[in-house]
Ligand binder design. Sequence first.
Ligand SMILES: [Cu+2]
Length: 140
Amino acid sequence: MRLLLFLFFLILLSWQVVVADTVKIEFTADDSYSIEVADIGVGDTIEWLPKNEGHNVEFLAGPNMEALPGKSDLNVRYAITFDLPGVYLYQCTPHGNMGMLGLIVVGNNFDNLGNIEEVELSRVAKSVLQRLIRVAKSNK
Ligand SMILES: [Cu+2]
């Protein structure tokens, strides 16, 4: 019985390793992210690829405001694994005011959406954010 239980957990563990996904998002030539709204599972990874120069990733809000993922340097590959469910908002530091934003929804959890909507943004970025939120909700 113990052995069976052990085998069961082993299978469960390896299954989780297999299903953890990596989503690739590129910096594009028109100052945007190739995927603006990413719906991922808990434990999935997002990898940003510097396919176009002059961009980065800077987190503005997330489910744990005390421990947001760090800001990346310009023109580098960047990867983060998301273990905490919720909505994350990030921008490109040089182009955030122009609306170069991205939204990540981890585990289909919208509990902190209120915090996301309260982030101070330029007028253009604010309207981009509203559009991204609409897209995220329609993916629910
Ligand atoms: Cu940029």
